[in-house]
Design a protein around this ligand. Structure first.
Ligand code: G6P
Length: 367
């Protein structure tokens, strides 16, 4: 069956709107309610090996790297294994120490990104174990890994990745749940996560339904030459991914920062001409986030805040984008969706080629 943009203006819009379906597919048949866990048969990791993992290192490029950061946080939170993500393009150049009790996780839509493939080969050449979160079945990275899970996002054509990213995030949630339940995650927490995963596709749909309001905000943001995207902890990779999308297709300078680091530098650049898109979920950092954003408002910096329905932002002057509440561990993906729509409408407004931004390729297969 041919995969075409059809009635949509672009593949990117079509693929954004396919996210609820993709989110259903990636978890389908992989949740076990009785034992409150996930079953990922292709990982090739037994219970003993799972308990022996001392560390998780996620490797990916571009947006896959940013989702990898979200995934590493999920694994650390749920499975209580120290985890971090690194740009696969840098990894092998520092002659990394490969530890036998580290689980390496390669993440890639195409499965063909050369930097990610070479990182996997580096791990395996030095005796490490690497699993893959890959969309394209039978791709080079999938074949090179010791095991993994396919994302079932379906074909993705637009350079700016949307539905593949959503399935990557959910793939990490499944992985974290399975690792967590073999280790110390309680059955109650497992159930809580499963209910959250089941509620998520409809919530993604609800965010996408705000497209008209988001388009209006995007047109405002498109006027600026330079923007900041800020967030903390779970919100920071969201900000990084938001800035990446915005710069990729709108060609505006967009820089991501930890909200906590604003005072250590970027505040010097804040003015009425430099808007900030801030990620402010309802969590243990809300008050600190809002406090930092008041510093931006005091300097006349326009604010767009992506936050949770009903959360009191204490009189902060901001354009507000609300997303539904789910389990806090799953917040990053719901907070990411509006940023895709903002980037899309900014680029559309500016008249750019949405699906094929200048100087970029969908998959980079040569070094
Ligand atoms: C390219 C694309 C990005 C993508 C990255 C990783 O740089 O322009 O959109 O995130 O490759 O691609 P992968 O196929 O490995 O996920």
């Amino acid at each position: 069956e041919a995969y075409e943009a059809g009635e949509h203006a672009s593949y990117m819009r079509k693929e954004m709107l396919e996210q609820p379906e993709a989110a259903r597919r990636v978890v389908s048949g992989r949740l076990d309610k009785r034992f409150a866990t996930a079953h990922l048969g292709g990982l090739n990791l037994d219970a003993r090996e799972t308990r022996e993992i001392q560390r998780v290192k996620v490797l990916g490029c571009g947006s896959a790297y940013y989702v990898g950061q979200m995934g590493a946080l999920l694994i650390e939170e749920l499975a209580r294994i120290p985890a971090d993500a690194e740009a696969a393009s840098e990894f092998r150049y520092r002659d990394p120490v490969i530890e036998p009790d580290t689980l390496y996780v390669a993440v890639s839509q195409s499965g063909e990104t050369i930097d990610t493939l070479l990182a996997v080969q580096e791990v395996r050449r030095k005796g490490g174990r690497c699993i893959g979160l890959v969309n394209v079945v039978g791709s080079a990275i999938a074949r090179e890994c010791d095991g993994g899970l396919y994302l079932h996002a379906g074909p993705e054509v637009a350079v700016a990745s949307t539905k593949a990213l959503t399935t990557m995030f959910l793939g990490f949630a499944l992985l974290a749940l399975q690792l967590g339940r073999v280790r110390d995650l309680s059955i109650a927490d497992g159930r809580r996560l499963i209910a959250g995963l089941e509620a998520l596709p409809e919530q993604v749909e609800a965010v996408l339904a705000q497209e008209d309001a988001l388009a209006e905000t995007a047109r405002e943001l498109a006027k600026a030459e330079s923007l900041f995207f800020v967030g903390r902890v779970r919100g920071f990779p969201v900000a990084r991914e938001g800035a990446q999308k915005f710069k990729e297709i709108s060609y505006r300078h967009a820089e991501a920062y930890q909200t906590s680091e604003l005072k250590h530098g970027p505040l010097a650049l804040i003015s009425p001409a430099v808007p900030t898109v801030a990620i402010v979920p309802d969590d243990e950092l809300t008050d600190r986030n809002v406090g930092a954003l008041h510093e931006i408002a005091a300097r006349g910096g326009p604010l767009v805040v992506v936050t949770h329905e009903g959360l009191d932002l204490g009189g902060l002057p901001a354009t507000r984008i609300d997303v539904p509440r789910n389990e806090k561990e799953l917040d990053p993906i719901l907070l990411t969706i509006p940023l895709q729509v903002l980037a899309y409408h900014a680029a559309l407004h500016l008249g750019h080629d949405i699906d094929k931004p200048r100087n970029l390729a969908k998959s980079v297969t040569v070094e």
